[in-house]
Write a protein that binds this ligand. Sequence first.
Ligand SMILES: Cc1ncc(COP(=O)(O)O)c(C=O)c1O
Length: 421
Amino acid sequence: MCLAQRPLVYIVSTETRQFIPAGAVIRFAAMKISARAQSLTESATLSVARKARELKAAGVDIVDLSVGEPNFPSPEVAVSAATEALAKGFTRYTGNAGIPDLREALASDYRQRHGSFWTTDQVIVTVGAKMALFQLAQALFEEGDEAVVPSPYWVSLPEQVRLAGAEPVIVTTRAEDGFSIRAGALLEAVTNRTRAILLNSPCNPSGGMIDAAELEILVRACADRGLVLIADETYERFVYGGRATVSAAAFATEFPETVVVVGSFSKTYAMTGWRLGYALGPQRLIAALAKIQSHATSNPTSFAMVGALAALRQGEAQWLERLKEFEARRDFFLPWLNRLPGIECAAPAGAFYAFPNVTGCYGDGRGDSTAVAEWFLEGARVAVVPGIAFGYEGHVRMSFAAAREDLQEVYSRLQVLLSGA
Ligand SMILES: Cc1ncc(COP(=O)(O)O)c(C=O)c1O
């Protein structure tokens, strides 16, 4: 039978059946979603944000504190450099690990700020810090391995460890202790299967930090035991109350084989949608990340990297003003929050989230952080993320990277809801 005489055969899943023309032969495909994908839950922060967006699209007036996203525009220098690069046709594949100028500028930035001697081939630019962390998990972990992760944790960290076949071992930090991250507690969780410790300081969602002395103990212990210390320093620039920033980068020269630092352009420069992050670490490991990247995303977007380079080269003056605003928002929002009945929140040391205890809002069928978040959304049209998404019940996360008017509006709405409860 020639091709034209054959009946049209469509292999479809139940969802696509509706698009099949009349008269065609239908064969159902038994599509199987992998156990790996099925075991994942959608990132809770993204799913709350999606729900809030859907409600907004349906005309509901939502104040959204669920997303960790500065409400500022990206730096003008970045926008104009990227626009110019685009106009000039800088639109092709670049080197897989990122454009050399940006890799060199990152190495030099860390050298100046932290005295680390990473060279260009020890730097990889990635599609967001999220992808740097994902690739690190893929490069370091295997079935049977463990990685120590303090909780509350950023939602993707344990899932990325699991996706690499390994087990996250969770170590809880405590609200009474300001969610401080302590070396001793992390090291106690180390076994002969542990390959790495995943440190996120300042922490999303708690704002807790590790201090310099504890960090030094941790770095030295990791080097002694041959563990990699992965320091996710996405919020490195968001540190308040006159506290000094502490970066694992300061130890990279002394412990070049075991210190890896991950950073992001997203928060510092309000460039979330540009999707640019990076990792600096031992050359052998960065080369492994580059290999994974070559099969996953290839290079990050060419002209976006040109914009990021301009932002980085602009220097500190611009963003210092902005960072001051985050501290001002924290100091503006926290007292309001603590005035709300049923809510208790210590001021976070860093990052830009309040992570209040909301157990005082339990009752009337509400017995966990998810129920409280749903109540806030339905009853006050305020979107927050339940603490359980970060492995920590009894709390919710509220981003104060939003405009002050929004923060004030959240207070007013919750005041009405909670006073009537
Ligand atoms: C702790 C932490 N690490 C990494 C990331 C990922 O950032 P990026 O936008 O660079 O992928 C985020 C984003 O929210 C984060 O909060």
